[in-house]
Structures are given as C-alpha cells and as structure tokens.
Design a protein around this ligand. Sequence first.
Ligand SMILES: [Zn+2]
Length: 122
Amino acid sequence: MNKFLTGALIFLAIFMILLGMIFIIASGMENIVIGAVFVVIAGILLFLSYRTTKIEAAKPSVVNQTFQVKMEGSGELTEKQLRCRSCGAPLTDKNLKVIQGGVMMTCPYCGAVAALEEAPKW
Ligand SMILES: [Zn+2]
C-alpha cells in the first residue's frame, strides 16, 4: 500500500465521519442508524490505514544484506585436537569464538584466551 492510497483512505474516513454526523444531527431513527454505520465504517478505515502505515514503518528498507564470512585459510585452520597453550587441556569447538574475523579460543579449565593461528600450507 502506498502513501497516496493511505492518504485517500484517511480522507474518505474523515468524509464519512462528517457525513455520518450530518445524518445523526438530522435525527430520525433511520438517519441515526445510517449515520452510525458511516462512522463505524470510517473508524474501520482509519484503523486499517493506521495499521498498514505501522506495518510499512516496521519493515526495514534494506533487507538484502548478506554477510558471508568465509573461514578459509591458506592452510589447514585447525588440528583435530586442540590443546590449551597454558595448561594443555583439550579444547572443543565450543571453546572457539569468532571475534573480529579472528578465531579466539577460551580454555574452560584455566580461562586462558588465545588467538588461533592457521597452519601454513608449506
Ligand atoms: Zn587452559
């Protein structure tokens, strides 16, 4: 739904409220009912236009942003078994964390944090 259509919808709703008021003021049971119907429809229109504008506003304007982080090194990145450099405890992939493009490992035993270096190809 574009802005012009929403504006037209709100305009129509206001027009219908005014028309409904005229019917109610004119009195007579039938006129009051017609007037009330107009006001109710106008209220629904206003609610719908409000909701659509809210939905439109909630949508992010830029959606096509894909981040591709390739963890491909020139050589083998990690060995099968990682060991803490401080205490020698075995580390799992759960202890690995990617921070600013680098792989950091945190030892669950001694709490040592170390950057992982990739092994050279040669
Ligand atoms: Zn450790």
